[in-house]
Design a protein around this ligand. Sequence first.
Ligand code: ZN
Length: 628
Amino acid sequence: MGRVPDDVVNQLREGSPIEDVIGEYIPLRKAGSTFKALCPFHDEKTPSFNVNPRMGIFKCFGCGVGGDAIKFLMQHEGLNFREALQNLANRQGVDLSRYETEDGETSLPSVREKIHEVNLFAARYYWVSLRGGEGSRALSYIKRRDISADAVEAFRIGYAPARWDALCQAARQKGYSPQDMVEAGLAIQREDGSGFYDRFRDRVMFPILGADGAIVGFGGRSLPDSDARHATAKYINSPDTPAFRKGRVLYGFSQGRETIRSKKRAVVTEGYFDVIALWQSGIQNAVAPLGTALTAEHLRTLRAHAEELIFVFDSDQAGQAASERAGGMAGRILGLAGAPDQLVAGEVLRENYIDRRGLGAIRLKVMDLPRGQDVDDVLKAGGADSVRRLLGEAEGLLEHTVRKAIEGVAPGADQSEKLSAVQNLMPVLGASHQSVRDQYFSLLEDRLGIPYPALAESVRRMLAEEAREPTCRVEPAADLLGRSVDRPRLEVDAVRMLLVRPDLAGGAEVDPSIFADPAVREIVAAIIEAGGEDIHPAGLAERLTDPSARALVLDLAAGETPADDLEGEFSDCMARIQEKVRRRREEKLIKEIEDVSRSEGNDSPAVRRLLEEKNALLRERQKTSSAQ
Ligand SMILES: [Zn+2]
């Protein structure tokens, strides 16, 4: 890592307000002197993620992740330290390039940057290939799919030629090694070790962009008349690489983010073509997962920008199952906390609210496509307006899944058939608020004649099974070590004030040794060592060796910040700490005097010395109490 001097790091840290940096990824809500949010690093229903703008610190009191803006970018975007610094430098127009060349090894770009670069090269190659002679079949396929020239441009669609090593050869000429190509997921080594071949051949290529617009991977669609040797599957994606995790990236998100933010709504479709078709018809807030189910990470990304998610699914069975899965998961992640108060039983079916406890409700809806049609068919038949109308008519997720389940029950079905037909409702209902669940149970009892207790038992069983499944958690941060420790309140208060006003440590001539808590002692010593200069809590934490001391600094910095005029409060706090120290010493002396008198006699020199010490302590205490 090119060593960037501490003062430049500090300058970058201070140059971008932390609430702006984090606010780009998750919605923050002002609460006193801090901001609160749902933690992007673990699933939660009540916000325990704090951002303190004054201190430049974030901290999740749920999972323990915390630090400065640099740390946030590292954790949230998966960047290394250098990349996170670069991100801040880009925002501030600071040039870091001269630091890169200071030591040889670190002038190399990171693995991720290298993959971005190789991918960019590949995207250009595919782009040119689409327009060359080899690309004519692909070009006419794209035209047949009614993809406009604008969309081809905006989504940087290209073509991978129908040869075994077209890209590998072009890469070699550009100076990229086969290893570079393998690392980016673009080439595969032959099993006999005799060379490398292109992963994508004879395919329409869709570059996949990360949140920052870099090309992180590709999706490739075979042509209808593709040679079977090249077209092994209709769709293939880049494998996961250090730059690309399928479970995290959404196709179209980079292009649609601004629209999603302004409309506060995202349309979740099933594939590249849906996203593109909607985009070119003016519906530019569509995204698609990449050949996987929607993951918790996808949903966290979306909930950060949207208040309403509309899932678009084909009317076939697979799409149906997908919507139920999505619903169950969304419910769990977002905290499906209930319907609006005033709804009566029949009306609950109309809306699904997920109350984000003070962060605004998020609605989950399902747009049903007409049977046998896909998004493209609807667009062709009725244009964007017909899609808009269907989006407008989208049903609440609960309403949708319950309706489908009821429709799925054949007339004359017996009780066990009915029960199995409503089984796939259980994840959604299990994630719902008890009162919502009750109303649906009544409805199912009413319509299908399934007794309420049987339904309740199904949900109970499902929830019990789920509780046994290990849930994915952020690895416990070292920060957590300090959380259970019971620290002296006064000492913690002193640190909290010193973080805002480090100069007070000098003024009050604080001696760290008077603090009983070792973590507090180390923090105060570090503050004094910095000579009262304003030190960023993240920088301060880095100087500490005790992990629980580091955690304490972040905890305090992320919480409410005390007002600036702290002189009186601080000296009061210190006086009380001093008083405690004196009292402890006094108690210890009294005990010692008792012990020594017993063994050496009341009038021994040792006892007299101890008594003298105790009197000195008493005089000191009288002096300070009369001075106050
Ligand atoms: Zn958390």
